[in-house]
Design a protein. Structure first.
Length: 488
């Protein structure tokens, strides 16, 4: 298109760059924003937690066929789902790259924004690519400092409300600080442990990729929450007492259900797994996402018990329950990553496909059709090795291509430590056992002390000692496993 201006000069549109694939050596500058991960995490977890109860309302409404619950739960869930989808959608970046070219132009049109003018002739390239911003964390000390600050403030307020009677000023301060203490108390430990795992494993991870793992962990809490609330309570005999019921629900039902849901969430990311190290990181992040949703409720409930209860709950869950959830899921993720990243998966798939092909040949030959060309209709009479050779030589059109293990993987994993390789079944059993042991000791230690005839003070001391030992054990195991999965 050309047009003539008022001065008689002929004008034509400036060239606009066409979309082309980006070069591999393209360097994209970006501004560092280590706290942005935390902000996006908080913006996701709060609506996800509300969506959890909307899902419960919808499920009960469907089971009881209550139209009011169905409509109310749906209307409550729709804006939350839209907000989460909007927040977690993959980001697309448009890159305009000006390259010096004597045959180029100094003015370049952009249909979506202002034109670009360059001092020297340039050739403009335009690319669209997914956001590759790397996962960043604040300095390692800052999340822990915030976390310990929350606990310290809660302890100070607790002392102020118990040392010389209940102080009106301390109550007012607690009310004003309750929401900030709750928000930081349930979320900052997750960021801190996520930072620990990321720095120890030293994997190059995109932020949107890591956020996907965290969101998958949050979503895995939905079926676990529904099963723990609606399924397992109905399986408990009515003749059991409260202690037996609690142990069955918390120490048996919850570990099996929750670890199963988290393991299924890991399976969503099989294409990105390359080995135990990447699997460990995915599992650790999924476990943190699950713990994040769970922590919202526990820390919020502790607010009603006063500042002392808030401090104890924040501390125990921050240094115990959160890394425990992450550790148990990371064990399963490491085993899944090791299995996917090895040739064992290729061998098993090849064997399964070959066995299926032999079964198809047998079935067709029973119908009177000579498929394998041996002049007989007695089914496949050769070995599976012959079938694989025939497929590779092109005798039949169907061919199973075996890809090298590294072609199936998308995230670098240089871990060669074979001592961390575990069968998936063993890793899952270890995860369930560790979860069950944690929950069982948490619930049963006080009841066991009371049943043994201990005083209330002795029972409380025994419970605190057991919890302290569990927390120390989880921290040590978490650091040990992350060290074993870290590169040399």
């Amino acid at each position: 298109m050309r047009w003539t201006g008022p001065d008689g000069r002929v004008h034509k549109p400036a060239p606009s760059a066409q979309l082309t694939p980006p070069r591999r050596d393209l360097i994209i500058p970006s501004q560092t924003a280590p706290w942005r991960t935390y902000g996006r995490m908080m913006a996701t977890v709060l609506p996800a937690f509300l969506l959890l109860y909307a899902a419960l309302m919808l499920t009960i409404g469907v089971l009881e066929w209550n139209p009011l619950l169905i409509i109310g739960g749906g209307l409550f869930a729709i804006p939350l789902v839209l907000f989460i989808l909007r927040l977690t959608r993959p980001s697309v970046i448009q890159i305009w790259n000006a390259i010096p070219d004597s045959n180029g132009a100094t003015l370049h049109n952009r249909s979506d924004s202002a034109s670009i003018t360059t001092m020297h002739p340039t050739r403009m390239e335009r690319h669209l690519l997914l956001d590759g911003t790397p996962l960043e964390f604040p300095p390692s000390w800052s999340p822990w400092a915030l976390f310990l600050g929350c606990v310290f403030v809660s302890i100070l307020i607790s002392i102020a409300t118990t040392s010389s009677g209940i102080s009106n000023g301390a109550i007012v301060i607690f009310i004003l600080l309750a929401v900030p203490l709750w928000l930081l108390g349930f979320s900052i430990p997750v960021l801190a442990w996520w930072s620990v795992a990321s720095r120890r494993l030293r994997l190059p991870i995109r932020r949107v990729q890591a956020e996907g793992w965290l969101v998958a962990g949050m979503l895995s809490a939905f079926p676990a929450f529904l099963a723990n609330s609606l399924l397992t309570p109905g399986m408990i005999p009515s003749s059991w007492n409260s202690i037996q019921t609690d142990l069955a629900l918390i120490a048996v039902g919850a570990p099996i259900i929750e670890e199963t849901c988290k393991a299924l969430a890991i399976l969503l990311f099989i294409p990105t797994l390359r080995g135990p190290r990447s699997g460990f990181m995915v599992g650790f992040s999924v476990g943190l996402g699950f713990a994040l949703i769970e922590n919202v409720q526990y820390v919020a409930g502790s607010l009603f018990g006063g500042p002392a209860n808030l401090a104890a709950t924040t501390l125990i869950r921050g240094v115990g329950s959160i890394p425990a959830h992450a550790l148990w899921t990371a064990l399963v993720g490491s085993s899944i990553g090791g299995f996917v990243g090895s040739r064992a998966l290729n061998m098993k798939l090849s064997f399964a496909i070959t066995r299926t092909q032999i079964g198809v040949i047998d079935t067709v030959e029973k119908m009177g059709v000579d498929v394998d060309g041996d002049g007989l209709i007695e089914g496949f009479t050769e070995t599976s090795a012959y079938l694989e050779s025939a497929l590779s030589d092109g005798i039949w059109s169907t061919r199973y291509s075996t890809y090298p293990a590294d072609e199936l993987q998308a995230m670098p994993d240089e871990s060669v430590n074979t001592s961390i390789s575990r069968p998936i079944s063993l890793a899952f059993c270890l995860a369930v056992f560790g979860h069950a042991l944690w929950n069982g000791l948490s619930v049963g230690s006080y009841a066991a002390a009371e049943k043994a005839g201990f005083s209330e003070e002795a029972s409380l001391l025994m419970t605190v000692t057991v919890v302290l030992c569990m927390v120390i054990s989880v921290i040590l195991f978490t650091l040990r496993e992350s060290r074993n999965h870290s590169p040399a």
